[in-house]
Every structure is written in structure tokens, then in C-alpha cells.
Design a protein around this ligand. Structure first.
Ligand code: SAH
Ligand code: SF4
Ligand code: F3S
Length: 491
């Protein structure tokens, strides 16, 4: 594990290669490993015991939780949602912003008295926080009641770590600082029977200056297309309707393999019989090839929804973030996409209050939102992450200004989302019925191709099916609709 030191401020241009390359793992020979060959068979050590995994962060973590649930249930553990009933509590953590970390430490602190009462209770911490040395130190010093800490590269070791933990009172730290492996044949216990996540690529090589992910997830590694396609075919055979291909930077898929790119993979996935929706995330604004755009336009089972994180509308801020594109280049890409996919819906991520962001630069972000007219946006206040290059820049935007900018950004986006949603009132859309609505079991939650939620009153028998609905009422974040029998007009 490398330690990331803040060595005082240096000019952002000096952060170029010499500073970053020191931390950039090289793409090694891709090493395809079979879980069954490397995982220790510990038998049914969880028989009669219950587990609870608390998951924070992105879809990748959600999917890792499905994998770890699969491992635990192979060991005999049963799930529980009740903390007091659990024999093993595992925190699958996110390090992308500080407040997510604070929450986890808060939770772990509250387990101390439970552990004192029941020494057989096992507590684990994994995921992106575990990759940070500062976090491990804090666990060692303040939370010695944690039994196992493992990272993002050795999830497959969960069974043997749990077994070891039964024989020792010390916290077991088993965190690898990098990996060039992709692990296949992992057990998976998918929560949903209609929509599934499928990893296509691990890690990130981009090193945006604010972001901790390349440090916590390591260098980009692509899974072999044949492994991905086999998983997709299995999912189709099991009756899954929708898959989301996951990677931090899916546009780079295949660079380490050499003979395949993301455009190719998308096309191969679209041809898998029975899969009615193939989504992907995250596709970044760089290397967004015409082949990708053409493939999305060509196949009906690739929804015309693209999450295209801009982060800022100011070229000066984008340069300090090392995003690798200017405002103009981003807008050029948006226009290229909108020309070839006229019904496209775009969503984005924005960071406000990046070091040095002036009011004028923030206004360029506001004007970008007006120009692109996103259907939705995830908006964040910049959070300095130890070890990332941006922490060397003076964090000179006041807390007040950061909060004010976030509020103004939200207001603009809420207005645009509502305007776009209002334009859908009266229209008939094809939706996949996902589940009962979380807040009202009498209503079904359905989702459009454009990734909008439509609430509909209809029979639960429709869950898992595609139906047509007429939009009756538009809200900022969701729509209400009614079931119709008519066909959706072709676009
Ligand atoms: N790979 C994806 C994003 C992964 S992190 C991409 O490049 O788009 C998800 C989002 O968290 C980012 O898009 C960014 O908007 C936000 N984020 C990342 N680091 C952050 C930080 N230090 N402070 C605030 N937001 C951050
Ligand atoms: Fe972070 Fe940038 Fe990689 Fe996304 S592309 S995970 S923002 S470094
Ligand atoms: Fe968070 Fe790690 Fe995902 S930092 S956003 S859980 S890759």
C-alpha cells in the first residue's frame, strides 16, 4: 500500500506525469483467475448464523455485495435485516466523499457495546475505504472491535478471512494495494430477478485530480468478452430483462486486451437473445467513439440514455480537474450524440466548489446545464480526499459559497427536469415493471428507456413485464402514469 503525502502546494501543471505516474499502476498481463481455484473452501462454517451487509457507494459496490452474499450463503450463512440478529456485520464502504466515510465510522462505533455483550459477533469492513491507509490506522487505534478488514482486490478471500477471525482476537488486515487480475466464476446472489449488474471492467486509469477511485480500485482491467457474454446469456436464460454493464470508465473497455473495444462489446451484448435492455455506466466524455454512438442508435435494446458526467462547465476548472476535455469539446460531443440519437436523454455529475472555482466559472456550469438540458444530474460539493492531487491546491471556496452554488445548481436542474417531464404528459411510453413502489405497495414502480421512474396503479402480476403507460402527471424526479393497451408509436 502506498502512502499518499501532501507535500505542500505545487502548481497543477506540475502535477502532470511525474507526480501521477508514481502512483499509476502499469497495466500488467491480464491475469484471469478462477474463484474456485483460489478461494479456500472453508466448508459450512456459517451454518445456523446470520449476516448483514451494509452497502455504501456505487453500483460496483452493490454488485460486490451480491458476490459476497453468494460466498456467505455457500458457507451456510442466512441473511437478516435486523442488526441485533446478525452474527456477522460487514460494511462495504465508499471513499469518494468524506461524509460517506464519517457515517461508516459512526455506525461501527455503535457496534462496540454489542460486541462487548456478544464476543462471537464478527464485524468486517471492506470496499474502497479499506484501501486507505488513514482508515486502517483509525480502525487500529479507535475501533479494535472490528475483526476483519479487506480491500477491493481480494474480495474472494472473505471465506478464509472469516475462518481465521474465529481463531484470533486481533483485527485481521488483509488489503492488497493493487491487482492485475480479473476473477471469474464468483458466486453471486442477485437481489433483483429482473435487472442485473454485470462487471465488464475494474479500476480506473484516469486520475481526475479530485478522485480517489484510481487509488482504491487500481488500474483498469477488462474482463474477457467471452466471459461477459456467457454471463449475459445465462442472465437471459434465467429471465432477466435488463442488464447494466459496469465500469468506472467503460469507454476504455478492452484497451488492455487489444483486440476489442467498448463499441464491439455493446454490439455483441445487443445481439444476446432475450435481453431487452442493455444499459452501461459510466461512459465518460473522452473516447466516446462514433462506433459507440452508432451502436446505441442502431439497436432497439440499447436505451437512448447516456450518463455523461461533465463535472464542470468551465474549461479552466476542467483543466485543473484534469478531465481531458474543454467545455467546447464536451458540447461538441453532446451535439454529435444528439444529431445521431435524436431521442437521447442525458444525465450528468457535477462538482461545485472545486479549488479555485470563481463565481464566473460556476456560472459557466449553470449555463452548461441550460445549454445541454440534462434530464437529471447528481450534484456534489467538492470533498478533498487525502492523497489526491487536488488537495495540493488551496481549497479557497468558502463553505457558504459551496452550499449556495449547490442550491442554485439544484434549482436550475429541478426546473429543467420538470420542464422536460411536463413535455411527456399525455405521451405513451414503454416501461419495464420493476417492483412495488417503495413508499406505496398499491402502486407499481416502472422505468422508461430513458431511465425515468413512472408510478402506475396496476396488477402486481405485471412485475417483470414491459407494458405501455400514458404519462398522467409529471413531477421533478418521477412521473405518474396509467396502463394503456395501445402500441407505442415508433420513434
Ligand atoms: N467514473 C465515474 C465516476 C465515479 S465517482 C466518472 O468518471 O464519471 C462518481 C461521482 O462522484 C463523480 O462523477 C464525481 O462527480 C463525484 N466525485 C468524485 N470525487 C469527488 C470528490 N472528491 N468530491 C466530490 N465529488 C466527487
Ligand atoms: Fe474518478 Fe475520473 Fe476515474 Fe471517474 S474517470 S473514477 S472521476 S478518476
Ligand atoms: Fe465509492 Fe469506491 Fe464506488 S469510492 S463510488 S464505492 S468505486
Amino acid at each position: 500500500m502506498s502512502t499518499f503525502k501532501n507535500e505542500g502546494f505545487i502548481h497543477i501543471d506540475d502535477l502532470d506525469q511525474h507526480a501521477l505516474d508514481a502512483h499509476r499502476p502499469t497495466i500488467g498481463e491480464r491475469n484471469r483467475v478462477d474463484y474456485r481455484a483460489v478461494a479456500k473452501d472453508v466448508g459450512r462454517i456459517g451454518e445456523g448464523k446470520k449476516y448483514l451487509i451494509r452497502t455504501h457507494g456505487c453500483q460496483m459496490n452493490e454488485h460486490d455485495t451480491e458476490i459476497m452474499s453468494g460466498m456467505l450463503e455457500e458457507m451456510g450463512y442466512q441473511p437478516t435485516a435486523v442488526l441485533e440478529d446478525a452474527d456477522f456485520v460487514l460494511y462495504n464502504t465508499c471513499a469518494v466523499r468524506e461524509n460517506a466515510e464519517d457515517k461508516v465510522f459512526g455506525h461501527i462505533g455503535t457496534l462496540k457495546p454489542m460486541k462487548a455483550k456478544n464476543p462471537n459477533l464478527m464485524i468486517g469492513l471492506c470496499g474502497c475505504m479499506a484501501q486507505e491507509e488513514v482508515v486502517r490506522q483509525k480502525i487500529q487505534e479507535k475501533h479494535p472491535h472490528v475483526d476483519i478488514v479487506f480491500g477491493t482486490h481480494n474480495v474472494h478471500m472473505l471465506p478464509e478471512l472469516l475462518e481465521q477471525a474465529h481463531h484470533t482476537k486481533e483485527t485481521i488486515f488483509e488489503v492488497w494495494d493493487k491487482s492485475d487480475a480479473t476473477i471469474e466464476n464468483l458466486p453471486k446472489l442477485r437481489k433483483d430477478k429482473i435487472r442485473a449488474w454485470v462487471n465488464i471492467q475494474y479500476g480506473c486509469n484516469k486520475f481526475c485530480t479530485y478522485c480517489i477511485v484510481p487509488f482504491t480500485r487500481g488500474a483498469e482491467r477488462s474482463r474477457l468478452p467471452e466471459d461477459i457474454l456467457a454471463e449475459l446469456r445465462d442472465l437471459a436464460a434465467e429471465g432477466y430483462k435488463e442488464v447494466t454493464l459496469l465500469g468506472q470508465n467503460v469507454n476504455d473497455y478492452g484497451i488492455d486486451l487489444g483486440n476489442v473495444d467498448f463499441g464491439d462489446l455493446l454490439e455483441m451484448a445487443a445481439k444476446v437473445e432475450g435481453l431487452e435492455r442493455i444499459r452501461f455506466t459510466t461512459s465518460n466524455p473522452w473516447n466516446f467513439t462514433d462506433k459507440m454512438i452508432d451502436t446505441i442508435a442502431k439497436y432497439d435494446n440499447i436505451p437512448s440514455h447516456i450518463h455523461l458526467p461533465a463535472q464542470s462547465g468551465s474549461s479552466a476548472v476542467l483543466r485543473r480537474m484534469k478531465r481531458g476535455y474543454t467545455r467546447e469539446e464536451y458540447l461538441e460531443l453532446v451535439n454529435r450524440i444528439k444529431t445521431k440519437i435524436p431521442d437521447v436523454t442525458l444525465t450528468t455529475d457535477i462538482i461545485v466548489g472545486f479549488p479555485g472555482e470563481t463565481e464566473e466559472q460556476f456560472q459557466e456550469t449553470l449555463s452548461l446545464m441550460e445549454e445541454v438540458r440534462y434530464d437529471g444530474a447528481y450534484m456534489f460539493i467538492y470533498s478533498p480526499r487525502a492523497g489526491t492531487p487536488a488537495t495540493r491546491l488551496p481549497d479557497d471556496v468558502t463553505d457558504e459559497a459551496k452550499k449556495d452554488r449547490l442550491k442554485r445548481l439544484n434549482e436550475v436542474q429541478d426546473r429543467i427536469s420538470l420542464e422536460i417531464n411536463k413535455s411527456l404528459e399525455g405521451k405513451v411510453l414503454r416501461v419495464l415493471v420493476e417492483s412495488e413502489s417503495k413508499n406505496n405497495p398499491d402502486v407499481l414502480q416502472t422505468r422508461t428507456d430513458s431511465n425515468k421512474i413512472v408510478h402506475v396503479r396496476a396488477s402486481k402480476d405485471l412485475i417483470g413485464q414491459f407494458v405501455n403507460v400514458r404519462v398522467t402527471e409529471a413531477k421533478t424526479w418521477t412521473l405518474n402514469g396509467e396502463l394503456v393497451s395501445e402500441e407505442v408509436p415508433a420513434v
